[in-house]
Ligand binder design. Structure first.
Ligand code: FAD
Ligand code: 2HG
Ligand code: ZN
Length: 476
């Protein structure tokens, strides 16, 4: 990391002194990850960052987490909170020798109320495991993402993950009813609650949603789950232009109304990479198109939903908005179509080195940016830009891939892409957070006064600055 130096403020782990004491705080050797697991804990999902930590702790209770944080704070040892380690901005792995504190062993469901839909669980529960628990109980998680098989609910909260259901259920700021958080002073902040309404003072839990491990370690989560929809359908639509993509979104809102539950888009190069790298995928349409829109409907009455969907497709055909659309016929086709969109990130990774941008922009500006970016990129074999994302949420993912990490590609993209986003009053991180990759980019989306208040809040919760150093906020 040429632009970051290890802070001299931090102590180095002394295996003779710190290790036995920390091992005791996590209840013995079972609370310490084996050495052969350190490669996993040190390396991010993209394989872009590799830390040099020699210790990952696996506490099994909130009390253990709090004790570890107090010990590390007292001994000036830096810490990285880690969930499923699927984050995309280098926030979940050590930059240098920080101690990893993982939620992997805190994975119990605490309670579920089938009347209110409130689920309380440990922070280390895997998102998909929670959904599989809820489905037979006629409920579902109010968010979903491609990383569901590995990401932890604590990590989702810490990143304020967006994902594929935000259009329907809103952000985690609404779905999370309470949190339990271990703090660096050794205390546990208990705001676990099943109340939807509670205006008693400042809503402190909101601060931890999207705090990316800089304010405390989330150990417990209370979430308002959703009723499981009885009828779910997916429509995959081929489009000839990005103007058509926008028309489809606005018509879908009008014509599908309350059953519209997701609206995603992807361009042809992003679909082609999925078809190339992900086994058992195929384009379900009769031809290739420059753009594809994925629409999901979720409702409670199959006949009613199908009637609406059919007439929506008819509308698209009659008005020559698209001439090529396919609707899922059963739940396996729903999944197969979602795979085409969910697997873009995995397919990109197999193609080469990837630069990722996760922008909120006015919808009309999303694709013009991709096109302008393409004109700037070096005309070299294997250099490619793709655009896709959460159309309905105003969130575009722009990924550039090249055969190797290259200065000329990097300089063609940055700072251009950030300046462009700032000019259009967008956000340089819509849903992935700032982490390590984008800690220096916050100024493109937030004014100096906001950033200085964030520094103040951070030092209130973490006066020694041990939590996820070098991440989220600019540092010297
Ligand atoms: P980690 O990666 O382990 O950590 C992420 C950050 O949170 C780090 O800064 C870490 O320090 C902190 N953290 C983790 N756990 C805690 C805790 N208990 N307390 C305090 N801090 C903690 N994101 C989206 O928003 N939408 C998507 O659609 C989406 N799709 C994805 C698809 C794929 C294939 C992948 C690989 C990632 C995707 N992501 C998406 C990125 C997303 O941020 C993560 O997948 C997820 O929210 C992180 O959860 P995690 O448990 O893996 O956290
Ligand atoms: C998605 O929506 C994820 O597929 C990943 O947020 C986006 O990898 C990316 O850029
Ligand atoms: Zn996304």
């Amino acid at each position: 990391h040429p632009h970051v130096h290890r802070s001299a403020a931090f102590a180095r782990l002394d295996p003779a002194v710190h290790l036995p004491e920390l091992t005791q705080l996590v209840g013995g050797p079972a609370g310490v990850a084996p050495q052969d697991a350190m490669d996993f804990h040190n390396t991010d999902w993209q394989g872009r960052y590799r830390g040099a930590s020699s210790l990952a702790l696996l506490p099994s209770t909130p009390q253990q987490v709090a004790a570890v944080l107090k010990y590390c704070s007292d001994h000036q040892l830096a810490v990285v909170p880690q969930g499923g380690n699927t984050g995309l901005v280098g926030g979940s792995v050590p930059v240098f020798d920080e101690i990893v504190v993982s939620t992997a062993r805190m994975n119990k469901i605490r309670s579920f109320n089938a009347v209110t839909g409130v689920l309380e669980c440990d922070a280390g529960c895997v998102l998909e495991t929670l959904d599989n628990y809820l489905l037979p109980r006629n409920h579902t998680m109010p968010w979903d993402l491609g990383a569901k098989g590995s990401c932890h609910i604590g990590g989702n909260v810490a990143t304020n993950a967006g994902g594929l259901r935000l259009l329907r259920y809103g952000s985690l700021h609404g779905s999370i009813l309470g949190l339990e958080v271990a703090l660096t002073d050794g205390s546990i902040l208990d705001t676990m609650s099943s109340l939807r309404k509670d205006n008693t003072g400042y809503d402190l839990k909101q601060l931890f949603i999207g705090s990316e491990g800089t304010l405390g370690v989330i150990t417990g989560v209370s979430v308002l789950t959703a009723a499981k929809p009885k009828s779910v359908h997916v429509l995959y639509i081929g489009c000839e232009s990005f103007a058509t993509v926008q028309t489809i979104f606005s018509e879908a809102k009008q014509r599908l109304g309350e059953i519209l539950s997701a609206c995603e888009f992807q361009d042809a190069p992003s679909l082609n990479l999925v078809l190339q790298y992900i086994p058992n995928t195929r384009n379900p349409l009769s031809a290739s198109h420059p753009f594809y829109v994925l629409i999901e409907t979720s409702g409670s009455n199959e006949t009613h939903d199908l009637e609406k969907l059919d007439s929506f497709v008819e509308f698209l055909y009659d008005n020559k908005i698209s001439s090529d659309a396919v609707a899922s016929q059963d739940i396996s086709q729903v999944k197969a179509i979602w795979q085409l969109r969910e697997n873009v990130a995995s397919a990109m990774k197999r193609q080469g080195e990837v630069w990722k941008y996760d922008l909120s922009l006015p919808i009309s500006q999303m694709y013009p940016l991709v096109e302008e970016l393409r004109t700037r990129l070096p005309r070299e074999p294997g250099v490619l830009a793709v655009g896709y994302g959460h159309l309905g949420d105003g969130n575009v993912h722009i990924n550039v891939v090249a055969p190797t990490r290259s200065e000329s590609v990097h300089n063609a993209i940055e700072p251009f892409i950030y300046e462009w986003t700032q000019k259009h009053r967008g956000s340089v991180s819509a849903e992935h957070g700032l982490g390590f990759t984008k800690a220096h980019c916050i100024g493109y989306s937030k004014p100096p006064r906001a950033i200085s208040l964030m520094h103040n809040i951070r030092s209130l919760f973490d006066p020694k600055g041990i939590l996820n150093p070098y991440k989220v906020l600019p540092h010297d």
